[in-house]
Design a binder for this molecule. Structure first.
Ligand code: NAD
Length: 343
């Protein structure tokens, strides 16, 4: 079978599947991914796997990169994102962060719903501008805080009640990718977003500390966040660790909750009393099969667009996480760089 005929067959097959699941009159959403580098190529794969979506174009200013992804999915390869404006319903924006605002603004103005990777933008003003524009255009603006779709986080949310104390650890081995920003905007911002979603209270005080180790930016950092309702969160992130670890622990009046986000698992310890009134601890554990978090995130984006509902992670959520991350980063401006060897 020639390539063109094979593509038409796949198209007819996915149309049939879409009609089966969503009804014959459902319109497939036309999707595009702008920026198909390390992460964007996975966004393209997920759209291509959804029966009610048609991936119409992949865009990258590095045209061979776009062409490679386009060959894989049988869609258009484009170098300049302006060429697809008006020709798509939904767009993932996976270009470097300093370009999120300009690209997202143009997509919104052209009437597209947008999923913007994290951190949402470089500045709070840029984020605010996109939030206003998305609201004025009546378009969904979702931010790529993918851990919100982690089954361990969802299990934690189900039993969460008045957290008193939270600690999070996100440790990763060193990779040169992403090191144009510090570890707070690179990694810690995932946990900041999770914690802000768990503790619905304003932040009263931020005490950060961090050190550059292998780059010119802070590579290992810690912050103590104090909330107006009294909750305290200790957040630690490192990208120069010898092992990968992603954990959040929550202490609340009736339980101690611990989640592993890396190998998704949830443990809940509760204090019980026996017949004689003596206290003892009882635990309940749930492990989860590997989950494709990005696929869940993109499915949720598509569902918000179809249903005209608020996205799970809104532009405002992205702005709030950015605001706290920038506050932590700024406080780390007065850091304690490691002495040069031999100094
Ligand atoms: P990358 O450098 O690998 O890819 C970015 C791509 O965008 C490149 O191929 C580049 O050629 C292309 N590009 C740049 N400007 C463009 C433009 N104006 N038009 C079209 N293409 C353009 O970067 P990455 O690691 O994939 O990161 C991209 C974004 O995703 C960043 O915002 C980053 O913070 C975020 N990210 C999020 C996570 C997560 O866990 N959610 C993980 C990694 C990266």
């Amino acid at each position: 079978m020639r390539l063109g005929a094979a593509r038409k067959w796949v198209q007819r097959f996915t149309d049939t599947v879409a009609a089966h699941y969503y009804g014959a009159d459902v319109k497939r959403l036309r999707a595009a991914v702008i920026g198909v580098g390390y992460l964007g190529k996975y966004h393209a794969q997920k759209y291509a796997a959804l029966p009610d979506v048609e991936l119409v174009a992949v865009v990258d200013e590095n045209l061979p990169r776009a062409q490679e992804a386009a060959r894989e999915h049988g869609c258009r390869a484009v170098a300049d994102f302006h060429a697809i404006l008006g020709a798509t319903d939904i767009v993932s924006i996976v270009v470097p962060t300093e370009q999120h605002h300009a690209v997202a603004r143009a997509c919104l103005e052209a009437g597209a719903h947008i999923l913007v990777e994290k951190p949402v933008t470089r500045t709070l003003e840029e984020a605010e501008d996109l939030i206003r524009l998305a609201a004025a255009q009546g378009r969904v603006f979702q931010v790529g805080h993918v851990e919100r779709f982690n089954p361990a986080v969802l299990a934690l949310q189900e039993v969460l009640r008045d957290p008193l104390f939270i600690e999070s650890y996100r440790l990763a081995s060193f990779k040169p990718r992403g090191t144009d920003v510090d570890v707070v905007l690179d990694l810690m911002i995932h946990d900041i977003d999770i914690i802000l979603n768990l503790v619905r209270s304003e932040i009263k005080d931020v005490r950060p500390i961090g050190f550059p180790v292998l780059t010119d930016e802070v590579d290992i950092g810690h912050a103590r966040l104090e909330f107006a309702n009294g909750c305290v969160a200790n957040v630690t992130a490192s990208r120069v660790s010898d092992k990968a670890l992603r954990k959040v622990r929550v202490f609340q009046p009736d339980a101690y909750l611990s989640i592993d986000l890396h190998n998704p698992k949830f443990v809940c310890w509760r204090r019980l009393r026996d017949g004689a009134g003596a206290a003892r601890l009882a635990s309940e554990e749930k492990a989860f099969p590997p989950t494709d978090l990005l696929l869940e995130e993109i499915r949720a984006f598509v569902a918000a667009v179809r249903g005209g509902t608020a996205p799970v992670v809104s532009g405002s959520d992205g702005k709030r996480a950015l605001e706290v991350a920038l506050r932590i980063s700024a406080g780390m401006g007065q850091t304690w760089p490691l002495p040069e060897p031999g100094a």
